[in-house]
Design a binder for this molecule. Structure first.
Ligand code: SAH
Ligand code: SF4
Ligand code: F3S
Length: 439
């Protein structure tokens, strides 16, 4: 069949979508570039905030027409599929396949059954765990770019009060070091130069090491540090509580490890952090930031923030602004708190009105945008190392990312996708840098 995958969620969903594409390609199906050309459509969904759920339902509404009188197959995969299979069947009864995030390895088999027997009812598969998934995901990789994700840990045991992820991806599971090393080699052989290791809580990685004992994230980073052909290594997402001395040392000692860390704080108020069940205080967060800066002085940070968590008052919000000012982020994402059914926070008293959430979000985003822009302005006249990932809009211009994760437009002669080039920054656009490759 001709398949098209639409992705809604986080980086882990992007990784899963690529694995789905590999499995389908290996089974003889063909990837197409738009929904209109497809007769097998897979929506790989997210459930982190309620707006994402609604987007999936509205896309499903539009997809109904491709089903009319045709043999098209529609599959809904991912975190929302895990949680809301019955709602999906009720609101979109024409959906054929529902797969949880740990069941994606079954896609080719289920599609084959559907093709054989078109009268099958919607098939719901949401029961596996990450261990099963990674044991059964196999086969050749296709279509990789120069920068790719690699899931090393999946699931989450932290149960932050607002978060749905522990209910969608299940308990924490870590892949073995040998599995990760093999996949890295596989990616590198396909031309990948930069790997971003992924985990819901990547710092709680504890996969089986080469000696049969459990290996933590910093040791894994050292294992990957000297792989032939690998030019840059990143990892995300870190839970602040689990950022330890080993990580700080890895940032000092591993040359290919990018001096950039996504370390989501969520709130700057101890009161709210406690209610969120984040299990660190603002002072402990600052300590982690300072430790990392001591070991790697040029390290830059990004973060996630939630505004309007139940019970957040003006003073709590003020402390969030203060924390952001003190850390001075290179980049950050901020969201209005969205109650997720089944989580503790959804049942808390003192839910905040949408007006107040919007107002606080605006104030915080203004500050974070200003910080990002100041951070970027500071690079004018300086050099960054850019991994070129794709062609730019103009001739002799390519686009890539710096070690600090900034998007950079680079002009130069004889440069191509996949090159790591030293770039002199000449200008700063709204969210990106512009520069010339040093020849
Ligand atoms: N595993 C990562 C990412 C979780 S989801 C982590 O622990 O940081 C990415 C971000 O979405 C979170 O950092 C948080 O800021 C935001 N988020 C999660 N649940 C949310 C909710 N219910 N409402 C609003 N934002 C939420
Ligand atoms: Fe969600 Fe918290 Fe786990 Fe992150 S650490 S995935 S925010 S429960
Ligand atoms: Fe969304 Fe699931 Fe990722 S809820 S953010 S796709 S882990």
């Amino acid at each position: 069949m001709y398949f098209f995958i639409k992705n809604y969620g986080c980086q882990m969903n992007i990784y899963d979508s690529l694995r789905i594409a590999d499995i389908l390609t290996n089974a003889g199906h063909e990837a197409v570039l738009s929904v209109d050309e497809a007769n097998l459509v897979i929506l790989n969904t997210c459930s982190i905030r309620d707006k994402v759920d609604e987007k999936v339902f509205s896309d499903l509404g539009r997809l109904k027409t491709i089903k009319d009188g045709s043999s098209a197959i529609i599959a809904v995969a991912g975190c929302m599929a895990q949680l809301r299979s019955q709602d999906i069947i009720r609101r979109a009864p024409y959906v054929d396949i529902i797969l949880g995030p740990q069941n994606i390895h079954q896609i080719a088999e289920i599609v084959a059954d559907m093709i054989k027997n078109r009268a099958l009812d919607a098939l719901v598969s949401t029961s596996s765990n990450a261990d099963d998934k990674f044991r059964q995901l196999s086969g050749k990789f296709h279509h990789r770019s120069v920068s790719e994700y690699l899931t090393i840990q999946e699931g989450c045991d932290n149960f932050c009060a607002y978060c749905i992820v522990p209910f969608t991806r299940g308990r924490e599971f870590s892949r073995s070091v040998s599995d990760i090393v093999n996949e890295s080699k596989n990616l590198i052989s396909l031309g990948v130069k930069e790997i971003t290791l992924l985990g819901q809580n990547v710092n709680s990685y504890n996969g089986e090491g080469p000696d049969g004992k459990s290996c933590n994230l910093s040791r894994l980073l050292f294992e990957l540090a000297n792989m032939d052909g690998l030019e840059r290594l990143r990892y995300t997402t870190s839970h602040p509580r689990d950022v330890d001395l080993g990580i700080a040392k890895a940032h000092r000692e591993i040359e290919i490890l990018a001096p950039f860390l996504h370390i989501p704080v969520q709130s700057g108020s101890d009161n709210i952090l406690k209610r969120m069940n984040r299990r660190y205080s603002r002072d402990e967060y600052f300590e982690r930031i300072e430790m990392l800066r001591e070991y790697r002085p040029d390290i830059a940070f990004s973060s996630d923030f939630i505004v309007g968590f139940p019970g957040e008052n003006d003073d709590d919000f003020e402390q969030t602004l203060e924390l952001a000012k003190k850390v001075n982020y290179a980049q950050a994402y901020s969201f209005k708190y969205s109650p997720r059914p089944g989580t503790i926070a959804a049942k808390m008293d003192n839910q905040i009105s949408d007006d107040i959430k919007s107002e606080r979000l605006q104030i915080l985003q203004n500050l974070l945008n200003e910080q990002q822009s100041t951070f970027n302005q500071g690079f004018i006249g300086k050099h960054v190392n850019v991994l070129l990932v794709k062609d730019g809009k103009h001739e002799k211009q390519l686009v890539g990312r710096s070690e600090y994760s900034q998007a950079v437009s680079v002009c130069g002669n004889n440069i191509s996708v996949g090159d790591m080039v030293k770039v002199r920054i000449t200008a700063v656009a709204s969210h990106s840098l512009v520069g010339a490759a040093e020849q």
